[in-house]
Design a protein around this ligand. Structure first.
Ligand SMILES: [Zn+2]
Length: 428
């Protein structure tokens, strides 16, 4: 029993009905009742659950590949109904990002943990050099997208900013025009009329008008009436005539409900995943993601190749970029300049290893400039054969062995000869 306001004899009532007394906000079927939808406290249980889950795993030894999988699974186990009902407060989204970020880059033991890649990059899809972890803020927006249309007339009170962005991905079919904004929604071919005819928009009397306000439907004929602040000047006539052309050539029905279609999807309904994709920043470098992520090697090796391809592994050069002062030298050839490309491709000692592999496969090879370029041309002509699988896993294998050898040399002072490394690679 939940008393609203002051209720007399509530104890007695509860006794008679045989129930307990509780107060708002309370939770019912996991949904907060009586809480303000913008309040942060409704997110507390979710944050706690997420923290508890990830903290439990934090203490275990987990490879980076495993961590990515766990992050994706905890995120997808976040109650989607929460995310599809409430706009997530900025601070809560930031907290979720931090929990995930620390989990990804953290690990056992002490010492400074480098975050090798910034979070927005991590949230990019694989083909743009990310890990495809969902950006919770954008995913929330994408889920809320379905309300933007459903709420129709209420939309401007709640969602003004989002709506403007959202409308770009929609196709409108004007029925009676009662739910579509005349000037700002892109309902005719030329896009929003406000943008196609800014001068006329400026002199329009009602900038927030619905299409219905200017539309008249009688005897199956649509006619348009506009309302400007002043009568048209001579020099505006041409513009008005082409404006009218646009209106009379639009496919407005004049009756029935307004409809909205999702522009890019094959089906016409709203689809969260398309909206989410549309919301993601489109910038990013294009990477040969198939060879990076689909090659048959352990997930932690793929993760390493990803960081190497993005030039984020902690070589001497990259450590110095992060203001860690270390002696500038390559542990393999003992000369200066340990960059990612030097260590993995061009170092003379390392090149010996590559040549050995090339001669085994009987190929001539010109070493490209960087790791990303190498992966890009390595993956060409991917077939399905076993030899092809083996060939595709070579860069992963060599990079992994080199990094392991480099770290053994750097941290344990032990050294294997190139011959030993060759055997190590060739042995199954
Ligand atoms: Zn070297």
């Amino acid at each position: 029993m939940v008393p609203v306001g002051h209720v007399l004899n509530i104890d007695m009532l509860a006794d008679i009905l045989g129930c307990n007394i509780t107060h708002l906000p309370m939770s019912y079927l996991g949904l907060p009742l009586g809480a303000k939808f913008k309040s942060k406290q409704i997110w507390d249980p979710i944050l706690e659950k997420m923290e508890r889950k990830l903290a439990g795993w934090q203490r275990m030894y987990l490879s980076k590949g495993g961590r990515v999988t766990l992050i994706k699974s905890t995120l997808s186990s976040l109650p989607t109904y929460f995310l599809s009902l409430f706009p997530i407060p900025v601070s809560v989204a930031a907290r979720i990002d931090t929990i995930q970020r620390n989990f990804l880059w953290g690990g056992m033991g002490e010492g400074k943990k480098f975050h090798l890649m910034n979070w927005s990059q991590v949230c990019q899809p694989l083909h743009l050099g990310g890990l495809g972890i969902r950006n919770v803020r954008l995913f929330n927006k994408a889920l809320l997208g379905k309300w933007l249309w459903r709420f129709g007339n209420e939309r401007e009170t709640l969602w003004r900013q989002d709506w403007v962005h959202f409308a770009r991905y929609l196709r409108f079919e004007v029925g009676d025009g009662t739910r579509i904004k005349f000037w700002t929604d892109p309902w005719c071919e030329s896009g929003p009329l406000k943008e196609a005819f800014p001068e006329l928009y400026n002199i329009s009397r009602d900038k927030e008008a619905w299409v219905a306000d200017h539309l008249d439907y009688q005897n199956e004929v649509v006619t348009w009436s506009l309302n400007f602040i002043h009568p048209a000047h001579d020099w505006e006539l041409e513009m008005i005539s082409s404006f009218m052309d646009v209106l009379y050539h639009s496919s407005v029905k004049g009756w029935g409900p307004d409809k909205v279609w999702w522009q890019r999807a094959s089906g016409k309904g709203f689809q969260v995943k398309f909206f989410y994709k549309a919301l993601l920043p489109s910038s990013g470098i294009s990477v040969p993601w198939k060879i990076m992520w689909k090659t048959k090697v352990p997930p932690r090796v793929r993760f390493f190749v990803w960081t190497a391809a993005m030039d984020r592994i902690l070589t001497v050069q990259n450590l110095r970029r992060r203001h860690v002062m270390v002696i500038d030298w390559c542990y393999m050839c003992k000369a200066s300049g340990e960059s990612t490309d030097h260590l993995l491709l061009h170092c003379p000692i390392v090149y010996d290893l590559w040549s050995c592999i090339f001669s085994l496969f009987g190929v001539q090879w010109v070493m490209p400039k960087g790791v990303l370029e190498l992966l890009a041309c390595w993956g060409e002509g991917r077939g399905k054969s076993k030899i092809q699988d083996l060939w595709n896993s070579i860069p992963h294998g060599i990079f992994w062995v080199l990094w392991w050898e480099r770290n053994t040399r750097a941290f344990e002072g032990k050294e294997r000869s190139v011959l030993e490394l060759k055997w190590f690679l060739i042995e199954p």
